[in-house]
Write a protein that binds this ligand. Structure first.
Ligand code: CMC
Length: 392
């Protein structure tokens, strides 16, 4: 009989080889192609990081200019896709719209569906990096009953996204360079994270030969869950529900109570057992952005900091090695920028698209790439004979 290793949740199974991202969970270390996330977040930019993730090396100035040009050329979506958005209910969650619209890209971009053609794979990658912000902004605009705003290619990647979300035909949103830099950093901090649930979903979907748009749509669907990317929305909603510092102990007690399904959102990680380096950068960024906006006394930020302080001294969280993760502070920045909580996970999705597509390209480029096909431990009925309806 076949013998299998049983590893529910894949806590100790490597499903692939990858040269893109390295995490040392005990040291709280995250490297993209060898470069520490802290250095990238401080010195690099999102599109430069996209290049690094996709091609393995930091670009030269000429390569970066060429890459930016290629991405910028693809920021518009096919005009007919507007009708697709309009088929959704206005009150749809933007993630629901994104799963549908990104999946539908394969119905619009037929010339980048052949996964065996390296040129088509490349075009699909650039298209998705370029169009995901446009699609997320359109999902948002549709949900608030405003007209879609076309991309403005004179702006940089993050600034253009803010423009598409916050401009209206009567008045262009003036993109504040501090906010656009903060947005760019949020995108960098979410760009890739090795074999997390959504990336593994993309790889599994891709292993069957499915087209890249279908694979990324699968990744978006997986990301939406509150244990994964949906945690940023859930976290800010939790911080608001807590409301004031004096209510924190009540919520800490609930998180520790095994009969209560409540968990501290934005806390804990499968791999990081010391700290999440992304959360550190995010916290600094939150301080900087709210400070510059003159709202550092924002009650949500106060609750977050006090909650973190109390949890990090609490035996339960210490013994289980639970620390704030990337989702803990990101929502506070996005909220200050004017985004509703329903847009937090779409922003995670558009930022992670480059990670998904880089991992997908890496897998497709492998020799002897195999379909992902886990086995199981069967615990059902033994073989038995069919019973006619009248005898049941
Ligand atoms: N609050 C309270 N207890 C927790 C929490 C939490 N946030 N996270 C884990 N625990 C407890 C859990 O109850 C379990 O206790 P016990 O050993 O007594 O049964 C122990 O810690 C281990 O938890 P686990 O669920 O077995 O750990 P995991 O590696 O399977 O899950 C996690 C990791 C991130 C899903 C989990 O920590 C969690 O649900 N956190 C809250 C949601 C969240 O913030 N997710 C974002 C993750 S980072 C960004 C991303 O991936 O998108």
């Amino acid at each position: 009989a076949d013998v299998f290793t049983f590893d529910p949740g894949f806590t100790s199974t490597a499903a692939c080889e990858s040269a893109i991202t390295y995490i040392d969970g005990d040291q709280g270390e995250l490297l993209h192609r060898g470069y520490p996330i802290e250095q990238l977040a401080e010195k690099s930019s999102y599109l430069e990081l996209c290049f690094l993730l996709l091609y393995g090396e930091l670009p030269t100035a000429a390569q970066l200019a060429d890459f930016k040009g290629r991405v910028t050329r693809h920021t518009m979506v096919h005009e007919q896709m507007h009708y697709f958005f309009r088929g959704f209910r206005r009150d749809s969650h933007p993630m629901a719209t994104m799963v549908g619209v990104v999946g539908a890209m394969s119905a619009f971009y037929h010339d980048s569906l052949d996964i065996n053609d390296p040129w088509q794979r490349e075009v699909a990658a650039i298209r998705m990096i370029a169009k995901l912000p446009t699609i997320a902004a359109m999902a948002y605009k549709y949900s608030i009953g405003q007209p879609f705003v076309y991309p403005k290619n004179s702006l940089d990647y993050a600034g253009n996204f803010l423009h598409m979300c916050f401009s209206v035909p009567a008045e262009d949103y003036v993109v504040d360079p501090v906010l656009s830099k903060a947005m760019d950093r949020i995108m960098m901090l979410h760009a890739d994270h090795e074999q997390n649930a959504s990336t593994s979903t993309v790889r599994l979907a891709g292993s069957s030969g499915a087209n890249p748009f279908a694979c990324i749509a699968a990744g978006i669907a997986c990301l939406w869950g509150p244990a994964h990317g949906g945690a940023n929305q859930a976290c800010l909603e939790m911080l608001r529900e807590i409301g004031t510092v004096d209510r924190i102990p009540e919520f800490i007690a609930r998180a520790k109570d095994k009969d209560d399904p409540f968990r501290l959102m934005g806390f804990g990680h499968r791999v990081y057992k010391n700290f999440d380096p992304r959360a550190k950068v995010m916290k600094e960024s939150a301080d900087e952005v709210l400070g510059l906006m003159g709202i550092e006394n924002n009650p949500t930020l106060q609750v977050a900091k006090e909650l973190e302080r109390i949890a990090l001294e609490d035996e339960y969280f210490v013994s289980k090695k639970l620390y704030p993760n990337v989702d803990f502070y990101s929502g506070i920045i996005l909220d200050a920028m004017g985004f509703p909580t329903s847009m937090f996970t779409p922003i995670f999705a558009l930022s992670r698209t480059v990670g998904w597509i880089s991992q997908w390209k890496e897998m497709i480029g492998e020799k002897n790439q195999k379909i992902g096909r886990p086995r199981q431990l069967y615990v059902g009925q033994k073989k038995r004979d069919y019973v006619d309806l009248k005898h049941r």
